[in-house]
Design a protein around this ligand. Sequence first.
Ligand code: ZWZ
Length: 450
Amino acid sequence: DRRVGPDLGPDAPAYPQHEVPSWYRDAKFGVFVHWGLYSIPAWARPRRPGEHVPVELEYHHHQYAEWYANTVRIPGSPTRLLHEREYGVGTSYEDLADSWTIEAFDPRRWMRLFADCGARYVVPTAKHHDGFCLWDTATTSFSSVRRGPRRDLIAELAEAAREAGLRFGLYFSGALDWHVSDFAPIRSATDLFTLRRNDEAFARYSFDQLMELVDRHAPDVLWNDVDWPDAGKTAGPSSLRALFERYYEQVPGGVVNDRWGVPHLGYRTREYHSEEGVTPWVWEATRGLGTSFGYNRAEDDRHLIGHGDLVRLLVDTVAKNGNLLLNIGPRADGSLPEDQVERLRHLGDWLKAHGEAIYRTRPWVRYAEPVGAPVRYTVGPDGAFHLIAMDPSAGWLRLADDLVESARATASWGDVPAVVDASGHVTIPPGLRGLPAAVLTLRQAHPGTG
Ligand SMILES: C[C@@H]1N[C@H](CN)[C@@H](O)[C@H](O)[C@@H]1O
């Protein structure tokens, strides 16, 4: 989702330069949390992975449950029909705010779980497209402090995250805020970028909200979504440029993503997609555990990524110079769906055993081989070279020629010395063949490891 902003002409402000901090590049794995009013109905028409939906029904059948406020306004949409059946014809989405109770919410338990599963940072939604604010904001009464839970959820999450040793970032819907807009529902990708406010008042509103969060929580990541109001892209005290300057001043080790609609970014983002190979830029792959970010009660195990595929997604992303920001969608009451937690724990178990091949690594000169058994490569900070076999069940693989010599001298599967013959044929120990990915480590520097 690499968007470059509009041509703002000769008076467009220059943006500060800011490197992606090494903590972010070392972290490799973060947990995204989409939690808000949309978690109450928690419904979108379920879409099986790979299921084709005609483009003209893309928004009528939107797969993201957190888009409920938009989908429910599309006449005849499955969401509209469900809403009228379950909440009655006269109940608006925003009416749901007063029914939001969070009796199972335990932020410390969430954060201890994410840390135990190997995440190094967490990014909860402070405000999603529906405009409902999960913090004690002075800008609107449409918030979790003035309605529903009557609690400052972001403050509680920030404290619990840092207590658990996690870096704390924030998601913010910069371009879309349906509480303060009155457009027709979005029904196409074109609508997504046209049915939004770009006026000065909205730019100031967005600036004030995000600066409240920066001033109060010094978030390590600012994860803006879709774009930013165009009126905020010129010079001025409440401009994006001013926001970035204040942010970097208050959070020198902070980082932003690439969805601001201006020629300034930290790392690039891909949503339900990957990069094609090792990229010179730092990037982040993000997706839900299923086909939605907000919890969708219509999804079952068939809609969630497989346990082994999740491990291989992280490995593939890291080998290509990316991080994985994996989303969990809590239920409205604050409980975490068991099938999602189970996948997080499985990934955490693999990382406990093989994290040396992931954390603090950097890509090699190539991430994989064009042919042969699927492998991925990473290079550790100590020069250790990791070959990650992505299908250990095959029982063996053939090393690329430029690896054979050092592999024969130094390679091991953890503590087990590797059996490598002169042709580069290496056996995968039977005990590793049930893993989603097995790690062969060579303790000698290699071409391209700097
Ligand atoms: C991370 C995802 N980003 C998209 C916009 N591309 C949002 O529309 C979606 O609801 C979710 O927040």
